[in-house]
Design a protein around this ligand. Structure first.
Ligand code: TXE
Length: 480
């Protein structure tokens, strides 16, 4: 059986414990490879390697650093098919999605930050002709990047690319549920000539490897994407150590649909924002709010389209929804559907596990599910389900839509559908979320700030925000 290895100091290495964990193919419900069950010792070695590599990497001319990263991006593009297949097998997502979204975005992330760093400038201020101030931005040193399982290589690169481009060295931990593409990525780093120790990838469990990263005294910053409960744990350890923290956590995003919207676009895109990647995207619009005079029309059309989605073997070209990432996650999603019924909801379509014939008969598939009749305050409408489950609720006024949209502990993203420009601006400004899409969803420009308010996180990623996070500002004031 294939074994994934850690990547420490430029070498693929076994964990010190020599213990391995099973990696399951969620579409088949079967173990298909093994990953290191690493521990604190491996993290210490990785941090040591990163510390040794830091002086040379941070002092390297920016153009040279950029060239090495660009080479890695080229290698990702070369291996698109191989990486997409690996991602689909490891995560359960449709191969088509991995080919069109995950892997191209991974190389785009690296290319973006490899070139952004060439244009990263410092500010200078002339103060009343009496002094000149200029700001130096230096890399932090060794940083930790902890990534989740829903968009494995995509989110892994979203963190390590700005960290490396700005001159830091990295100890990274991919999710134990989807370690494969980070392992393949390690091989590409070796091929591209990334100096030993600049990136170190330690595989294993969150409460062992992740926690050792949180606690390591030489790791000065942590960039994390994952669940809110985990984010809280990381902050509890790292904040008293005064580490810099960037936390991208969960969401319970509102998708607000006014009757004056472009109906076809609103419905087609809402299908995507509800069920793409089986609903396992933190930006999915899991609460659909519809203006009452359009509610029945919307619900009828939306349910009809949902019923036409194909849940099948992720490797089939026409599959819309693949498997959920794990049996535990599938059971969590199914338990929320049961909870929704107990809370008085009506399941209009979906609601059950699906048995896909053939090699996927033991896989973790769940029907795309639409639920109505629930109150905004119930748990189904308050807690992140992170699966192919949406609720639909009516509203009467713009003010009510806004209140419903803002009435959760989360504040990651929101979507608004209206042809009324004034309303679009008004509501966008009042939504308590870090990202608002008007008449679109998941339209991403990598220069824009990315992140959430309230329990959706702390800090912003993307563009200059990420380069600022991974650098320390120092102001030098010189009296003229
Ligand atoms: O994620 P975890 P889980 C949400 C979603 C999901 C829930 C739980 O609602 O159902 O979180 O998912 C590492 N110190 N999202 O438990 O645990 C872990 O090994 C350091 C939203 O699978 O947050 C993995 O690498 N690291 C989300 C990473 O954290 C720790 C994406 C994420 O896993 C750790 C995923 C610790 N103490 C889940 N414990 C999004 N925002 O996109 C775990 N980890």
């Amino acid at each position: 059986m294939q074994k994934i290895l850690n990547y420490i100091h430029g070498h693929l290495t076994e964990p010190n414990s020599r213990n391995y964990l099973d990696d399951i193919n969620p579409a088949e419900g079967k173990v298909y490879c093994q990953l290191p069950d690493s521990d604190r010792k491996d993290v210490n070695q990785a941090a040591h390697a990163a510390r040794l590599a830091f002086p040379e990497w941070s002092a390297m001319p920016v153009k040279k650093r950029s060239d090495i990263l660009l080479k890695i991006a080229d290698l990702i593009d070369r291996d698109l098919e191989k990486l997409a297949l690996a991602e689909s097998i490891d995560n359960g997502k449709p191969l088509k999605l991995a080919t069109e979204l995950d892997i191209p975005r991974a190389s785009a992330n690296i290319r973006f930050f490899a070139t952004a760093i060439l244009h990263f400038s410092s500010e200078a201020h002339l103060s009343d002709n009496e002094a000149v101030n200029y700001t130096i931005r230096s890399p932090l040193g060794v940083v930790g990047c902890i990534s989740p399982w829903n968009l494995p290589l995509y989110l892994f690169t979203w963190k390590i690319a700005p960290a490396l481009a700005s001159g830091n060295t990295v100890v990274a931990k991919p999710s134990e549920l989807t370690p494969m593409t980070a392992f393949l990525f390690s091989e590409l780093c070796m091929e591209a000539g990334l100096p030993a120790g600049v990136l170190n990838v330690v595989h294993g469990l969150g409460d062992k490897v992740g926690q050792a990263i949180n606690e390591h005294t030489e790791i000065t910053a942590i960039s994390f994407t994952g669940g809110t409960a985990t984010g809280r744990k990381i902050a509890a350890t790292a904040a008293p150590m005064f580490k810099k923290l960037s936390l991208e956590l969960g969401g319970k995003n509102a998708n607000i649909i006014f009757a004056d919207c472009d109906v076809e676009q609103a419905i087609n895109t809402s299908i995507k924002s509800s069920f793409s990647n089986q609903g396992e995207i933190c930006l999915c619009g899991s609460r659909i709010l519809v203006e009452r005079n359009f509610y029945n029309t919307f619900v009828e059309a939306f349910v009809a389209k949902t019923k036409r989605l194909r849940i099948n073997d992720p490797l089939q070209a026409d599959t819309d929804l693949g498997a959920l990432v794990s049996e535990a996650h599938m059971n969590k999603v199914l338990s929320y559907i049961e909870l929704a019924k107990l809370e008085g909801g009506t399941v209009l379509t979906g609601g059950k596990r699906v048995v896909v014939e053939g090699r996927c008969s033991e896989g973790y598939f769940v029907e795309p599910t639409v639920i109505v009749g629930l109150d905004q305050n119930c748990r189904t409408n308050q807690e992140e389900i992170f699966g192919p489950v949406v609720t639909i609720m009516p509203f009467d006024t713009e003010q009510e839509a806004l209140e419903l949209a803002n009435a959760t502990a989360y504040g990651l993203s929101a979507t608004v559908w209206t042809e009324n420009l004034k309303r679009a601006h008004n509501i966008s400004h009042q939504l308590k979320s870090g990202i608002v899409w008007v008449n679109c969803w998941l339209y991403r420009d990598l220069r824009t700030p990315f992140g959430g308010m309230k329990q959706s996180g702390v800090g912003r990623e993307g563009g200059l925000e990420a380069l600022r996070f991974f650098t320390e500002a120092k102001n030098v004031c010189i009296r003229l």
